[in-house]
Every structure is written in structure tokens, then in C-alpha cells.
Unconditional design. Structure first.
Length: 381
């Protein structure tokens, strides 16, 4: 019996070590699905082997293990019931977007906090898997998904299949459900001045929060000054959130700054807001914004032609070449506020962008200046 208990303890310890190693950022980023499965399988194994390692029911260890197992099983049951609730009549429309992205639009809506995430289940692609994505809008539910590998690559393959069946459109529909929303987002309505910074598909978070603030301000008959920064590799990526971008552009107290990091034609440069080592060029032409899309940046694979549009010409003066100087944007916000004002900064995107935002905010906190609160979301999957 002692040998069995000791062996069980050794197995539990080894499982914990494997889980710890699998959490390294490189492994989690490149092998997320394996990382997820390892955690689920080894978690169950740990519960069993720890219970065998300490089988004496008079001690508290087994009681703790049983309680933990009950909580985990209850969570899984609740998630399963949510998936069942949102499954009837729910279909996901997958629409191909430029630069390896897909818009997923569900036929049903949910109640969730703007900027939260939900787990998407499409049994026609992955029967026993759900995958988390940030909710762009709630009615109907929409996600913008950047294609990498695994599940997202399968989504792209399904859209490709649909485009071959119906050559006029690069989209398809599948039965689906979702579980969410999850995540605690800061209450940005408490701030007097707002600055949102996003990189790539991280704009899913900032667009959702910014549009919600605009909607609340309109219902309360109040205004808040918002600076909205979005950094993309090239102009064709603007189609990812073309509807949301147009909605924000109609609000007079929202200033939009769009940055294109890859040199594509002639783009407007605002030297004080662009990093010194960024690309510079001259005026932005209307034809560039409306029509010019680098052929190498469209969706890969046998997709039918996708209508690639860019922001309306009213955003021509909002587009700049190069990477933004986050520090100067923060300075602009601070200098435009009174010492008693509160500034809220929300950032979502690559690790480098979020780190630059943290550094810029930390450097601009003054004893006699406005307060600054930073809320960040990073790409964790």
C-alpha cells in the first residue's frame, strides 16, 4: 500500500512539473491546443493520484481534492448547458477578410460586457473543442479572428470550400453555439478622458469598449473626448472593422489615428506622433485609400475575389505611416486635461505594443497632474 501511495505521489508530482513546463510562453503560443489538452488531462490525473497518495479520509487532503473535483465538474456542466442553450437556431456566418482574417457573425445575440470574450463552438469543424475570442458586438454576436493554425486554419479552409461552391461570395454558414461572455473589463465611463490603443486584431477589444462608451454617452446626453489609435501592417486590414470604424468616425468628439507600419504608397506623416525610426512619406491619395491593396496581402488559398475596401475618404487625414509614438499620444491627453481629471487608457495587441503603453503611462504620472489608469489586454491564446 505504501508503494502504491508513493508511486501515486510521484506521478502527481511529475504531472505538475509537465503542466508547469507547458506554461512557458513559447509553448503556449505555438502549441496552444496541446497546452490546453495537457492541462485538462493532467489536472484530472493529479486529482486522482493525489487522492491515492493520501487515502486516509480522516485527513483533510482527500476532502480538498474531492471538493476541487466537484467544483471543476460543476463548471464543465454549466458550460455544457450554456452551449446547449445557445445551439438551437444558431448559425455562424464565416466571411473572409484580407490579411488572413475572418469575421464570424452568429445569428443569435447574448448579454455580455463590451470587451469580454466567449468560447465559440462549431461542431462541424471541431466537435469537442471550444475556442475563446473577443466579442466585437453583442447583437448579433460578432468576432474578428486572425488566422494562425489549428482551429482558425480550419475556419479558413471551410470558407475556402464555401467560396468554391458559391464563387460570388467568400463566406459560408455552419451550426454553432457559444459560452460566454467572460472577463472583467474596467468601467471606462468613470473617466473624463479616454485613450484607446490597439494593434491588429486587438482592435476587437478597443472597438467594442469605445462604441459602448459612445452609446452610453448619447443616452445620458454627455460627451467624453476619446483618442482612438489602431496600428495595422497595411491599409487592407482596415476592412476588418470597417463598420465599427465608420460608426466611430461619425462621433465629433472621437479622434481617430490609423497607423500603417508597412510602406504602401504615399501616406500622411505627423512627425510628432510617429516614432523617429518609422517610415515617412508625403500625402495620402484618395485612390490609395479606396482601391490600392497589395496583391500579396489578400487571403491565401483558392478563395473567390473578396471585396477589399478601406476606410472612407473622411479618414484620409487620420492615416499615418510608421509606428505611433505612444508617449506623445499620452502627453497630448495629459496636457489637454485639468489636474482633477481622470484619464483612462485601454490597450490591446502584441506584447511590444502593450509594453510601450505601460512605459509611456508610467512616465507621465505626475503628483500635480491628472490621474491615469491603465487597463491592458494581451494576446494570450
Amino acid at each position: 500500500m505504501r508503494l502504491t501511495a508513493n508511486t501515486a505521489g510521484g506521478i502527481a508530482g511529475l504531472a505538475m512539473v509537465i503542466i508547469g513546463v507547458s506554461t512557458f510562453p513559447w509553448i503556449r503560443k505555438n502549441f496552444y491546443e496541446a497546452f490546453y489538452l495537457i492541462h485538462i488531462i493532467l489536472f484530472i490525473l493529479i486529482l486522482i493520484t493525489v487522492a491515492l497518495h493520501r487515502p486516509d479520509m480522516t485527513k483533510s487532503t482527500v476532502a480538498i481534492i474531492i471538493s476541487t473535483a466537484c467544483l471543476w465538474v460543476s463548471d464543465r456542466i454549466i458550460r455544457f448547458l450554456r452551449l446547449c442553450w445557445y445551439f438551437p437556431g444558431n448559425r455562424a456566418t464565416l466571411t473572409a477578410l484580407p490579411n488572413n482574417a475572418i469575421r464570424v457573425t452568429l445569428s443569435r445575440s447574448i448579454r455580455s460586457t463590451p470587451g469580454s470574450h466567449a468560447y465559440l463552438w462549431i461542431p462541424g469543424i471541431r466537435l469537442v473543442e471550444t475556442h475563446p475570442f473577443t466579442i466585437v458586438s453583442q447583437d448579433p454576436v460578432q468576432f474578428v479572428v486572425r488566422v494562425h493554425d489549428g482551429f482558425t486554419q480550419d475556419l479558413l479552409a471551410e470558407v475556402s470550400k464555401g467560396s468554391q461552391t458559391t464563387p460570388a461570395v467568400a463566406e459560408t454558414q455552419l451550426r454553432c453555439s457559444l459560452d460566454g461572455g467572460y472577463g472583467q473589463v474596467a468601467d471606462f465611463m468613470q473617466f473624463d478622458r479616454l485613450l484607446f490603443i490597439a494593434g491588429g486584431s486587438g482592435a476587437s477589444f478597443t472597438f467594442a469598449v469605445a462604441l459602448d462608451i459612445v452609446k452610453k454617452c448619447q443616452s445620458l446626453n454627455m460627451t467624453k473626448m476619446i483618442d482612438f489609435i489602431w496600428v495595422v501592417k497595411n491599409t487592407s486590414s482596415f476592412e476588418w472593422f470597417d463598420q465599427e470604424l465608420s460608426q466611430l468616425g461619425e462621433i465629433p468628439n472621437v479622434r481617430i489615428f490609423l497607423y500603417v507600419t508597412q510602406k504602401t504608397g504615399d501616406l500622411v506623416v505627423s512627425p510628432e506622433l510617429v516614432e523617429k525610426n518609422s517610415t515617412t512619406s508625403t500625402n495620402l491619395s484618395t485612390d490609395l485609400i479606396r482601391n490600392q491593396v497589395p496583391m500579396g496581402e489578400v487571403e491565401k488559398g483558392p478563395l473567390s475575389p473578396v471585396a477589399v475596401t478601406s476606410p472612407d475618404t473622411k479618414f484620409a487625414n487620420s492615416i499615418r505611416s510608421g509606428r505611433p509614438s505612444i508617449e506623445n499620444h499620452v502627453i497630448t491627453c495629459v496636457e489637454s486635461c485639468k489636474p482633477t481629471d481622470r484619464i483612462g487608457v485601454g490597450a490591446c495587441g502584441p506584447v511590444e505594443l502593450v509594453a510601450s503603453t505601460r512605459k509611456a503611462v508610467a512616465q507621465k504620472i505626475y503628483d500635480n497632474g491628472p490621474s491615469i489608469t491603465l487597463y491592458t489586454e494581451e494576446f494570450g491564446w
